[in-house]
Design a protein around this ligand. Structure first.
Ligand SMILES: NC(=O)c1ccc[n+]([C@@H]2O[C@H](COP(=O)([O-])OP(=O)(O)OC[C@H]3O[C@@H](n4cnc5c(N)ncnc54)[C@H](O)[C@@H]3O)[C@@H](O)[C@H]2O)c1
Length: 316
C-alpha cells in the first residue's frame, strides 16, 4: 500500500465554516480484518481530554476498538472501554493495554507547568507507556508531541515551510518534555524496533481563534484523519509529523503527513477576514511573538500555564 492508496476516505469539510468540525464527517470502513498488519484495538491515553474527546468518536466511527485510559472520568463517555487510571500507574496501565495492537498516547500536561509535575506526567508517563507497550508486544505507538518542542524556530519567510523534522528548540519546560517524548520514541524504535510516530501537534481547537492559528490550526476532523494515518501500515519507523490542517497560510511542511497518507482538508482561511479584523498590534517596542516564532506566545516570558481541572479525582 502506498500513502496515496490510503483506504479510508473522509468527506471534505473545507467550506463548512459554521458547522461543528467534528460532526458526521467520517465515511471510512472498519479496519478489522482488512489486512494482517492493520491496527484494530487501540489504547488511547488522555482520552477524556480536549484532543481525546475530539478524536475518540471519529476513531470509533472508522472501526477502531478503543481502550480509553485517563486519570479522570470522561464528561461524555463514548462507545469504548474506559479505564480510569494514571499512566504512571504501571500495573494498571499494563492491564489496560493488554491485547491492544497500538497505543495513541495523548495523556499529559499540555501547557507550561513547574518542572516536577510536568516531568512526571509527560516524561515518566511516556516512558511508562512505551515500556509497557514493548513488554506487551504492542508494536506501534503514536505519541503527542508538540510544536513547542521546536517553538523557538523562527516563523519562515512567506512561501517557505518548516520541515517536519526541524531540530528541537523548546520554548518552555513543556516543550522540553515534548522533546523528551520524541527522544523516548526514537529510543524505543531504534532499540526495540517499534513503529513510533511523533505528532508535532500545532493548535488543536474547534475553530481558529487568533491570527497565528491561520497557520497552525488543527481541526478536530483533521486530527482524526491524522491519527488514522499514523495508525496505518504506511506509517513505519520513527517519524516526526506536523499535526496541522490544510491551512492556506500554513508554514509547517505537509510532507511528513503526506508520507503516511495524512490528507487534511480543513483550512483556517475561512476565518481569516474575521480574525485579521479583530487583531490588535502588540505595544510599540514589544516582541510580536506570534509573528516571530512558530511557538508564538509560548516563547514569551509568560507562557500560558496549565490550570488542572478541579473535577473529583484529578491528581497532579
Ligand atoms: N491541544 C493542543 O493544541 C495541543 C498542541 C500540542 C500538543 N498537544 C498534546 O496533545 C495531548 C492532549 O492535549 P489536550 O489539549 O487534549 O490536553 P488536555 O489537558 O485537555 O487532556 C489531557 C488529558 O490527559 C489526562 N492526563 C494527564 N496526566 C495523566 C496521567 N498521568 N495519566 C492519565 N491521564 C492523564 C488528563 O486527565 C486529560 O484528560 C497532550 O499531550 C498535549 O501536550 C496538544
Amino acid at each position: 500500500m502506498t500513502a496515496t492508496e490510503h483506504p479510508y476516505d473522509v468527506e471534505a469539510t473545507r467550506n463548512a465554516a459554521d458547522r461543528a468540525p467534528d460532526a458526521g464527517l467520517l465515511t471510512g470502513t472498519a479496519p478489522a480484518g482488512e489486512e494482517g498488519s492493520r491496527v484494530r484495538r487501540v489504547a488511547l491515553t488522555g482520552a477524556a481530554g480536549s484532543l481525546g474527546s475530539d478524536v475518540a468518536p471519529g476513531l470509533l466511527e472508522l472501526g477502531y476498538e478503543l481502550v480509553c485510559i485517563d486519570r479522570r472520568a470522561p464528561e461524555h463517555p463514548a462507545g469504548a472501554t474506559w479505564v480510569r487510571a494514571s499512566v504512571n500507574d504501571r500495573p494498571a496501565l499494563a492491564e489496560a493495554m493488554a491485547g491492544c495492537d497500538a497505543v495513541v498516547h495523548l495523556a499529559g500536561i499540555p501547557q507550561e507547568d513547574d518542572w516536577e509535575p510536568i516531568m512526571t506526567a509527560n516524561i515518566d508517563g511516556t516512558q511508562a507507556v512505551l515500556e509497557t507497550a514493548n513488554r506487551l508486544g504492542v508494536r506501534r505507538a503514536v505519541l503527542a508531541s508538540s510544536i513547542h518542542a521546536a517553538g523557538f524556530v523562527p516563523v519562515p519567510p512567506d512561501g517557505e515551510r518548516v520541515p517536519d523534522d526541524v531540530v528541537i528548540r523548546p520554548n518552555t519546560f513543556y516543550g522540553v518534555t515534548k522533546a523528551a517524548v520524541e527522544a523516548l520514541g526514537s529510543l524505543y524504535h531504534d532499540r526495540y524496533g517499534m513503529d513510533v510516530i511523533c505528532l508535532r501537534i500545532a493548535s488543536r481547537q474547534a475553530r481558529p481563534t487568533d491570527t497565528r492559528m491561520l497557520s497552525t490550526w488543527l481541526s478536530p476532523a483533521d486530527a482524526v484523519r491524522l491519527l488514522d494515518a499514523a495508525l496505518s501500515p504506511a506509517a513505519t519507523g520513527f517519524r516526526t509529523v506536523w499535526g496541522v490542517s490544510a491551512n492556506a497560510r500554513s508554514y509547517l511542511s505537509p510532507d511528513g503527513g503526506a508520507a503516511i497518507g495524512f490528507r487534511p482538508v480543513d483550512d483556517a482561511e475561512a476565518w481569516a477576514a474575521e480574525l485579521l479584523a479583530a487583531r490588535t498590534e502588540p505595544p510599540a517596542g514589544s516582541t510580536d511573538w506570534n509573528a516571530s516564532f512558530i511557538g508564538g506566545v509560548f516563547c514569551s516570558p509568560e507562557p500560558p500555564r496549565y490550570a488542572p481541572p478541579t473535577a473529583d479525582g484529578q491528581v497532579r
